[in-house]
Design a protein around this ligand. Structure first.
Ligand SMILES: O=c1[nH]c(=O)c2ncn([C@@H]3O[C@H](COP(=O)(O)OP(=O)(O)OP(=O)(O)O)[C@@H](O)[C@H]3O)c2[nH]1
Ligand SMILES: [Mg+2]
Length: 196
């Protein structure tokens, strides 16, 4: 089976990528498989910078084509927070603490001002190419309580108006069809013939 290497250690992301790449005939390989001991510090201030950092670091180590994802939640009423700090907003990769922090900060924010978007920068890097990034978003509204158990991160409080469900109430396939990650992957697929 053809493989696609994703520079991630996030199992939720890996599942999202599997839902998107398996139908195309690709096996998703992550850092757990190819570089379990590697730690890549995310020192960038934008999603794009961090995605390139992750993709180039792993591509260089493996001598292979690699895709990386840097993503997060941008809440309008919080001036775009948690943004690039989404994974470490309250506790490091503590989804529950991160959700509680967002909900507490938004306690006084009325329903019509609770708009937000998920953002995803994907970078593709390899030994014989210039790195390239694409960006995908998904618009939604932050709820006052959690709904659903699928997905990861902030999915249970991210309501998608068109589907009348939270991200955590969608199957991986349904999420992929509308998510920031799915939108970014579709853009990358469109641009691939021009960049390689
Ligand atoms: O509810 C969510 N549904 C999503 O679809 C989603 N995508 C991103 N996020 C949040 O943003 C952080 C990314 O930070 P991030 O790009 O640095 O990834 P990460 O540190 O988790 O893994 P890695 O890929 O860096 O190894 C994640 O941890 C989450 O908190 C999401 N939350
Ligand atoms: Mg990270």
């Amino acid at each position: 089976m053809k493989q696609v290497v994703i520079a991630t250690k996030n199992k939720g992301k890996a599942k999202d990528f599997e839902a998107l790449f398996t139908p195309l005939g690709y096996e998703v390989v992550t850092m757990f498989d190819v570089a379990p001991d590697m730690e890549i510090e995310e020192t960038g201030t934008t999603f794009e910078e961090n995605a390139v950092l992750k993709a180039e670091t792993l591509a260089q180590a493996l001598g292979k084509l690699v895709i990386a994802d840097d993503s997060g939640l941008a809440v309008d009423a919080l001036g775009g927070e948690p943004g690039v700090y989404s994974a470490r907003y309250a506790g490091d990769h503590d989804d529950e603490a991160n959700i509680i922090k967002v909900m507490e900060k938004m306690n006084e924010v009325p329903d019509e001002k609770r708009t937000a978007r998920f953002c995803c920068a994907l970078a593709i890097a390899g030994p014989e190419m210039e790195s390239h990034t694409v960006f995908g978003t998904c618009e939604g509204v932050i709820l006052r309580e959690k709904r659903g158990t699928n997905g990861f991160g902030y999915d249970p409080i991210f309501f998608v108006p068109e589907l009348n469900r939270t991200m955590a109430e969608l199957t991986p396939e349904e999420k992929g069809a509308i998510s920031h990650r799915g939108n970014a992957i579709r853009k990358l697929a469109e641009e691939l013939p021009n960049i390689m």
